[in-house]
Design a protein around this ligand. Structure first.
Ligand code: FAD
Length: 293
């Protein structure tokens, strides 16, 4: 049942420093409200337990995409539509653009934010695997200052994060300049569009003189958190992509992940699909054909 709206408070600070002040004065009381695409679903279904919200949508300090020689940095309020239309992201980070294009429909893409997708901490979210495979870093901001953390260490358990109650997720930073990098992203759901992932697979790799010299593999919807598959990567790094290595990597992935059973899929299906996607990625990589869809 829909919640009773007058029970809720929403404050709208004009500038970022005011928003951080609100969080600092009463940590854990005020919850950020960005695009609202996750929060409004909870409101509509009467499951929005917290009553106090901090509207961050108008904070210019959390917007914009900026590029330097070494990084591209996205404000936490960057929408999926903005991700897809940025020329550098399209050129250098195609998996993030693909994740954005496969997230919800146009209305969700215009309103949903990259920061909200991360902070909502759903294991089925679609941008986290791409962010993991691109070695993203996150800026957490509070009145105490700013700290950059590797995204890989951000999620600590189901819906658990290292972000403190007085902190906002401010920016997402992606390291640039990976010549000859291959990208492979697949979202597997019940339908081609408007579906929640059963498995989401993102991988980057580089081959140098026939040897895998860089590889990063991440999976969504497979564990309580978006997962970087470090042991599978270790089995591939420094190897020549022969059939025996591909089989070894698949065996390692089967050991490394413990897929979940839930209403959307079974652990057996998730394991099978994950292994198939890894094989597809590696076979394409071996023949130098890897691109996103
Ligand atoms: C119809 C529909 C389809 C969807 N399809 C997909 C899909 O295909 N793939 C997918 O991954 N998701 C999907 N979503 C989920 C949702 O759209 C995304 O997770 C979106 O990115 C959330 O962003 P938001 O700004 O709307 O977050 P909000 O709803 O505003 O917030 C979500 C959570 O993050 C916190 N938060 C937000 N911003 C910050 C910040 N800067 N700092 C700290 N905490 C913050 C909020 O407090 C809240 O807990 C869908 C949702 C709907 C309703």
């Amino acid at each position: 049942m829909r919640a009773y709206v007058p029970d809720y408070k929403l404050v709208t600070p004009k500038v970022l420093s005011d928003a951080l002040g609100v969080l600092a004065r009463e940590p854990g009381v005020w919850q950020p409200f960005a695009g609202g695409t996750d929060l409004m679903v909870l409101l509509e279904s009467g499951r929005l337990t917290n009553k106090n919200y901090l509207n961050i949508w108008n904070l210019a300090g959390l917007r914009g995409i900026a590029a330097t020689t070494d990084h591209i940095t996205l404000g936490a309020l960057t929408t999926y539509t903005e991700v897809q239309s940025d020329p550098i992201l399209r050129e250098e980070f195609p998996m993030l653009c693909q994740a954005a294009s496969e997230t919800g429909g146009l209305a969700i893409q215009n309103r949903g934010t990259i920061g909200g997708n991360i902070a909502n901490a759903s294991p089925a979210a679609d941008s986290p695997p791409a962010l993991l495979a691109y070695n993203a870093e996150l800026e957490l901001l509070s009145v105490r200052g700013s700290r950059w953390v590797p995204y890989q260490s951000f999620h600590t358990g189901y819906k658990q994060m290292i972000m403190q109650p007085d902190e906002l997720l401010a920016r997402v930073r992606l390291p640039r300049r990976w010549p000859d990098l291959h990208h492979y992203y697949r979202k597997v759901g019940t339908r081609k569009a408007q579906a929640i992932s059963k498995v989401c697979f993102a991988a980057t790799a580089r081959i140098n003189e026939g040897i895998v010299d860089l590889v990063r593999i991440a999976l969504g919807s497979i564990a309580p958190i978006p997962l970087r598959c470090i042991k599978t990567e270790d089995a591939l790094r420094g190897a020549r992509l022969e059939p025996s290595i591909i089989e070894k990597a698949k065996a390692e992935l089967a050991r490394e992940i413990v897929p979940i059973d839930d209403i959307r899929s079974t652990k057996d299906y998730r394991l099978r699909v994950s292994l198939n996607l890894l094989e597809d990625f590696l076979v394409q990589l071996a023949s130098d054909r890897v691109v996103t869809d």
